[in-house]
Design a binder for this molecule. Sequence first.
Ligand SMILES: C[S@@+](CC[C@H](N)C(=O)[O-])C[C@H]1O[C@@H](n2cnc3c(N)ncnc32)[C@H](O)[C@@H]1O
Length: 247
Amino acid sequence: MSKQKKKQKLDPYVSRFLQLKCASDVLGATHPIGNHVQKEISESMAIIKRLKGIILKKPMEYTLYDMCAGNALTSVLAAHLLPVKMSIAIDIRKRKRSWENVKRFTYAQEVDIHEINPEDLDNPSIIIGVHACRSLAEQIVSLYLESDAEHLILMPCCAGNVKDREIPSIFTKQIGKHAAWAWQLARQSGGHIYEDTRCLSARNLVIVASKTLKKSGGGTENRLIKQLSKEHRKRAKVLAKLRHTTT
Ligand SMILES: C[S@@+](CC[C@H](N)C(=O)[O-])C[C@H]1O[C@@H](n2cnc3c(N)ncnc32)[C@H](O)[C@@H]1O
């Protein structure tokens, strides 16, 4: 293949995105995305690939929460492409874009994900997090576990603190900190890790966790986690009341 032809060859996710009827509307609503548009598109397409099967099973029922959404490319694309009831992008920063042009979509700006009450999330819902860094990824996992969200799709970014009891450092050195971090998050959420080699980012691991899928083998474990987190919530409420009455 000549050098010029090589240059022209698009990544499969990017070319598939560009073939979508909604591509220009999605880019129009989220513009400006930044300097790495193709990478961002490929990351969003990797998440959409995982979301599609879940959402098509319950058309127009799911609320999708895109935590630490940034330019909200994934949640805007989901609102165009998939039958979601509502797609909600959440970010601590303000982002002025043409959000009003996207149907079944809202951008909740200046919202810290640590301030979200898990009980406030709609039911049924799906939580996604695309390249949320360090402890933000852990907070997204907590929101998934402590809420009634049925599914979590998380693409981690910069690694946080990998606990030695999760993966001994000797293994972390072998598989790399990013994979070890993804492993820890997958264990915490009761999910599975997939590598998406079509994604243009080197951080191309996707964690998929579900409280409803039985075939994952983690079904019983997931239900247990959900039950435990409900009990944890109850205990927290009782403690808060006690603190209130003793002061
Ligand atoms: C690395 S960017 C990822 C953005 C987007 N998901 C993407 O893939 O392009 C991380 C985003 O998290 C947001 N963020 C940081 N801390 C946050 C917090 N406590 N609550 C909500 N969003 C936060 C930042 O404003 C930023 O947009």
